[in-house]
Design a binder for this molecule. Sequence first.
Ligand code: HEM
Length: 399
Amino acid sequence: AAGLVIGAAGGAGIATAVSDDGSVTTGAGGSRALTSVGSTEVVFHGRHQPGITTPLQARGHLVAFDLAAGAGRKEAAALLRRWSATARTLMAGEVPSGDTGIALDAGPSSLTVTFGFGRTFFDRTGLAARRPAQLDPLPAFSSDAVDPKRSEGDLWVQIGADDALVAFHALRALQKDAGDAARVRWQMNGFNRSAGATARPMTARNLMGQVDGTNNPKTTDPDFDRRIFVPTGATGAQDWMAGGSYAVVRRIRMLLDDWEGLPRERQERVIGRRKADGAPLSGGSETTPLDLDKRGPDGKLAIPDNAHARISAPEQNGGAAMLRRPFSFHDGIGADGTPDAGLLFVCWQADPLRGFVPVQRKLDRGDALSPFIRHESSGLFAVPGGAAEGEYVGQRLLE
Ligand code: HEM
């Protein structure tokens, strides 16, 4: 599991390691004297890649690369080997050779680097026979306004860190590693709230001001692994994906001027939850389950028929579930004078046809949120399991 090492403060020399199953162990820590944000280290090697169940980081970069003309399986394997070595070094807070110095003085700051393969990767590397059916193109949705130039790609890299310089440092190092083998197809930059900005750890808010992430599957749920990760015994074209997951990436623009013009009560009915604390409109607190049948004194459903949380709930979609792990984005003011801002929606699932696709199909048909958002780009990536010690990510496919 992608373990998390928290608070390796030099003086006390005590580190707390949190693993994916939620168990906590303490032991001797590193030698750096850092406060909590900088010293948190996520472990690179493990059954799953880091950056999936890792808590949201304050800063993120999503980058897609295309293999260069003439680069095939051999070059791709060498690239993944270089990328894995760099990711391991940087996530441990070590300084690579020929370093730019951008992250000097900072600790690992929860840096994670996650690698994925897009559908086109398999044709370019002669590996089409091992492409899983899960990478079949997503269906077109009626509300899509997708720009192909900012969509898909042979390779995908997700970088997250709790410090902007640490994240940028990793981005530069990985771009340099690409060398002649691959070039950037698109890049998106995102952010979340910084650790320590709230008095206690709380669910994040998005740029619409909503508490977002409440009903995500929890790593402690008995069916979490089955829903999010490809099983260890996967066979056929999926054998190399054991312990992996599929990432759906959508750049979703928020039409903030329109949204902010809605009175709060109407904003709350769009989602089906209160803005202040994220509690369902059927009552209780943030973590109270939605009561989808509850009616108010007027006989109307407390959580409206077209509320986003009702339509996307697993109970309404034959159990389809996904782990949403987004970053917000803001790229200034668009040509139309409105903020080019929204959500870099990233969701994780063992199979997109039992996660994103059925849910988005239903949202597309009548989600109250739809008039306030626009899907502007789309990507689907196979993210293999984590690398064991001495292994690189994707080795089981590429060697
Ligand atoms: C729930 C916002 C797009 C799937 C929620 C909630 C909010 C929210 C505020 C309620 C709190 C929570 O449980 O996290 C947004 C915004 C979006 C967006 C602002 C676009 C900018 C999507 C998309 C999908 C999706 C594209 C999938 C196709 C879900 C799911 C839930 C949810 C599965 C949990 C439902 C439940 O089990 O209660 N979303 N969402 N959302 N959303 Fe979205």
